[in-house]
Design a protein around this ligand. Structure first.
Ligand code: PPS
Length: 352
C-alpha cells in the first residue's frame, strides 16, 4: 500500500528550468491520496452497482415482453377477419401473463407429407402458438420417461385463448403413441396430413438416401431398396414402404381416439393452394377466421407457396421440395401392384 505521495512539477526560476518535488502528507485531511488508496474499492463498488442496475432492468423487461406474435392480444376485442393481420401478426412481442401449455392439438404425421409447411402456415394464425422443433416426446421412451412437465416446459409461451400445436410426423407410425397421447389428453385434436403413398415413399427413400450419402454410407437406388435382392420380391419391411400403409396406423389410432378428433388433410391440396386446407383447420380447431390469401404467394423458383410477410417473404428450406429420382413403378409389376394397394390405403384413410 502507498504511504507517501508526491507531486513533481517544473518551474522557471531566474531563467532556469527547475524541477520541484512536493511531498504530500499521509494524513486523513488529504482527500486526493485517500481516494487514490481506495480506488480499487471504489471501482469494485461501481461495478457492483452497475450489475445490480442491469439485473433490475433485465427482470423488469423479461416479465413484460415475450416472443409472441399475437394480433388478438394487441386488439383483444377484435377477432374479426377485417383486422389487417399483415400489420399485426408478424411482430414478435413478448407479453405478460403467458404460460407454457401442453399442446391442445398435435400434427401426428405423415412423414414427408407436408407437415412442416402445415405447421409454418398455421403459425400465421394469431390464436396459434407452435413448437418449432419436433419433440418426439411420445415415441421416444427416454423423452417420455422425463414426464409431462418436461414436455410442457419445451412448449412456447402462449395466452390462455391460444392453441399450442406440436408436430412430430413419427407419431403416426409409432405403435405406443396413441395410448400415451390419450393418457395425456383424451379429447385432444389431431391433424393428419397424407400424400399419395408412392410419392411419400419416394420422398422418404430420398431423405434416407441423402442422409446415408452425407455420412459416406453405401447407397442403393429406389428399386434396389424396395425389392429384396435375394427373393426378388417386394421387401414389405422396407420402412419407407411400410410407413405409407396409412390405413393400418389409422386403425391403431382409432383404438384410442374418436373419429371426430381427427382432421385428415391432403398434402397435394396444401401444395396446390394452402388456403382452403388452412380454413378447414381453422374451423376444426374453432379458431377465429384469420387466414387470407394475401398471407401466401406462389414462388415459381421453388415451385411452392411461401409466406408473405410485411418485412420479408419466407419459403421452407431447400430440403423441402427436393427433386425426386425418376422412378417408374410400371417397370416392375410387383412394385406397381404393391403401390396400387397402398393407394387403396390412402383412399380409406382420406375417407375418415
Ligand atoms: N409450401 C411448401 N414448401 C415446401 N415443401 C412443401 C410445401 N408444401 C408441401 N410441401 C411438401 O412437404 C414435403 C416434406 O414434408 P414434411 O415437412 O412432412 O417432411 S418431414 O417429415 O418433416 O421431413 C416436401 O416433400 P418433397 O417434395 O418430397 O421434398 C414437399 O413436397
Amino acid at each position: 500500500m502507498l504511504e507517501k505521495y508526491e507531486i513533481r512539477y517544473s518551474t522557471m526560476i531566474e531563467g532556469k528550468q527547475v524541477e520541484k518535488i512536493v511531498e504530500l502528507p499521509n494524513s486523513s485531511s488529504s482527500k486526493l491520496p485517500k481516494l487514490y488508496m481506495y480506488r480499487w474499492k471504489v471501482q469494485g463498488l461501481l461495478i457492483a452497482l452497475g450489475l445490480i442496475v442491469v439485473l433490475i432492468l433485465y427482470t423488469t423487461l423479461s416479465s413484460t415482453t415475450v416472443f409472441q406474435e399475437n394480433p388478438s392480444m394487441l386488439e383483444p376485442q377484435n377477432h374479426s377477419n377485417t383486422v389487417d393481420l399483415s400489420v399485426f401478426h408478424r411482430d414478435k412481442i413478448r407479453y405478460k401473463h403467458t404460460k407454457r401449455h401442453i399442446p391442445q392439438c398435435i400434427i401426428i404425421g405423415c412423414r414427408k407429407a407436408g407437415t412442416r409447411a402445415l405447421l409454418s402456415f398455421l403459425n400465421l394464425h394469431p390464436q396459434v402458438q407452435i413448437s418449432k422443433n419436433e419433440m418426439h416426446f411420445f415415441n421416444d421412451d427416454v423423452s417420455y420417461s422425463y414426464g409431462l412437465e418436461w414436455y410442457r416446459k419445451k412448449m412456447p409461451y402462449s395466452f390462455a385463448d391460444q392453441i399450442t400445436i406440436e408436430k412430430t410426423p413419427a407419431y403416426f407410425s409409432s405403435y405406443e403413441v396413441p395410448k400415451r397421447v390419450a393418457k395425456m389428453n383424451s379429447t385432444i385434436k389431431l391433424l393428419l396430413i397424407v400424400r399419395d403413398p408412392t410419392d411419400r415413399t419416394i420422398s422418404d427413400y430420398l431423405q434416407i438416401h441423402l442422409n446415408k450419402l452425407n455420412r459416406g454410407k453405401p447407397i442403393k437406388t429406389f428399386e434396389e431398396s424396395v425389392i429384396d435382392s435375394e427373393t426378388g420380391k417386394i421387401d414389405t419391411h422396407y420402412p419407407p414402404l411400410v410407413r405409407s400403409l396409412y390405413y393400418q396406423y389409422m386403425w391403431n389410432w382409432l383404438q384410442s381416439f374418436n373419429l371426430d378428433q381427427f382432421l385428415v388433410l391432403s398434402g397435394e391440396e396444401l401444395v396446390k393452394n394452402p388456403l382452403p386446407e388452412l380454413k378447414r383447420v381453422e374451423s376444426f380447431l374453432n379458431l377465429e377466421p384469420s387466414f387470407t390469401s394475401d398471407m401466401f404467394y406462389f414462388n415459381s423458383t421453388r415451385g411452392f407457396y411461401c409466406i408473405r410477410n410485411m418485412t420479408y417473404n419466407s419459403c421452407l428450406r431447400e430440403s423441402k421440395g427436393r427433386k425426386h429420382p425418376d422412378v417408374d413403378p410400371k417397370k416392375n409389376l410387383q412394385l406397381h401392384y404393391f403401390l396400387k394397394h397402398m393407394k387403396k390405403s390412402l383412399g380409406k384413410t382420406e375417407s375418415f
